[in-house]
Design a protein around this ligand. Structure first.
Ligand SMILES: NC(=O)c1ccc[n+]([C@@H]2O[C@H](COP(=O)([O-])OP(=O)(O)OC[C@H]3O[C@@H](n4cnc5c(N)ncnc54)[C@H](O)[C@@H]3O)[C@@H](O)[C@H]2O)c1
Length: 353
């Protein structure tokens, strides 16, 4: 099965490509614009793989996307290409609307034209998989987990753009019959995540002895899933999901941001002790909260577990310890980013200033 993965040079897309290429049944075309969030070092792993092709392209470029469909004839599309950082969406929403909304619409349109011309089994088997987030459901009170039928209530420009893309995907199914599947996942963590996101930012600041900036009181709750569990869920949804089906992906692993940062400090104490034995948690600093910061996200993943048989395999503490160790052992991957395009500076205060 030939899969067109968009955003495969990013964090989740690269984990997905690793998962797809682990067995013999898939080949991959990776379509990526290589924005600041893509790391060329991520692609080195696939360089010598005969079942892998790379297309340096923007999903908003209809002509180029059309050419890629004609040339590679994919059996399915998995759309992960996105602007993905909430703080950047607060500072500059335009790129989020362009890629996440218009880019998804472009892909849907090209995919529809391509699928319409397919015949027989190829037409019947084609899928368009839109990869989305729990953030579309917005801030949830304690004890409530969003199901696939919960109302969308996005709070940030990022979440609003992803919500729009979800609606477009379902509209292309209802209006044109395009065979789509949609999955919404909780916060991911693991190797190769761009160090602007909470976990890698805290890990690298801890290694460098820099302050660990916790937004507000740090009591915001996120539901965490290891990226390899997400990659397995994505393959499951693509290959077994109902056409038009929506699936929540979660390990029901709720943690406050302070809990996460404290755990990172504990693993950093073990793996990279500070000179003089000072604890890493002495670096924690509470800073101005993110404008409009949602307090809590949580997803109910009963449907994917019961209907498709997926379940998470990586316990949070094991996955987090392994992630700290991965960043310790892979400075070649992240050092050029920290010394170049993003050194850890505060983003996303535009609305508050
Ligand atoms: N990270 C999470 O915790 C999380 C959770 C749920 C869902 N998601 C969703 O999963 C997807 C992947 O997230 P991620 O964390 O890997 O993001 P990322 O920022 O690490 O990677 C995004 C990738 O998309 C590429 N890209 C951006 N704009 C593009 C464009 N116009 N054309 C082609 N490529 C483009 C970038 O170059 C990059 O390689 C996103 O759709 C995101 O909304 C992420």
């Amino acid at each position: 099965m030939k899969i067109l993965v968009t955003g495969g040079a990013g964090f989740i897309g690269s984990a997905l490509i690793h998962e797809l290429l682990a067995g013999p049944e898939f080949s991959v075309i990776n379509l990526d614009k290589m924005t600041y969030a893509a790391n060329p070092a991520t692609l080195v792993d696939f360089e010598n793989e005969p079942r892998y092709r790379f297309e340096h392209t923007d999903i908003c470029d209809a002509g180029a996307v059309e050419r890629i469909f004609r040339e590679h004839c994919p059996d399915a599309v998995m759309n992960l290409a996105a602007e993905s950082h909430v703080d950047r969406s607060i500072d500059a929403p335009d790129a989020f609307l362009r890629t996440n909304v218009m880019g998804t619409q472009t892909l849907l349109d090209v995919a529809r034209r391509y699928w319409t011309e397919l015949e027989g089994e190829a037409h019947a088997a084609f899928r368009f998989h839109q990869i989305s987030t729990d953030e579309v459901f917005g801030d949830l009170p304690p004890g409530v987990a969003a199901t696939e039928d919960s109302v969308y209530a996005p709070g940030s420009p990022y979440a609003a753009s992803k919500a729009a893309a979800d609606h477009l995907t379902l509209a292309w199914h209802r209006t044109y019959g395009l065979p789509v599947v949609l999955s919404n996942c909780t916060n991911n963590y693991g190797p190769r995540q761009f160090p602007e996101k909470l976990i890698p930012l805290m890990i690298l600041n801890a290694f460098d002895g820099k302050p660990l900036p916790v937004y507000g009181d740090g009591a915001q709750v996120r539901d965490w899933l290891h990226v390899e569990d997400h990659a397995r869920a994505l393959v499951t949804v693509l290959t077994q999901g109902r056409i038009g089906g929506r699936y929540n992906v979660s390990a029901a692993c709720e943690k406050s941001n302070m809990d996460v940062v404290t755990s990172i400090c504990r693993f950093a104490d073990e793996l990279t002790p500070r000179p003089g034995g000072t604890r890493h948690n002495s670096l924690i600093e509470h800073v101005t909260d993110r404008p409009g910061h949602d307090r809590r996200y949580a997803l109910d993943a009963t449907l994917i577990q019961k209907e498709l048989g997926w379940s998470p395999q990586v316990p949070f503490e094991d996955g987090l310890a392994a992630t700290v160790a991965w960043y310790r052992d892979n400075a070649d991957w992240w050092r050029p980013v920290r010394d170049g395009s993003y050194g850890g500076e505060r983003l996303g205060l535009a609305a508050a200033t």
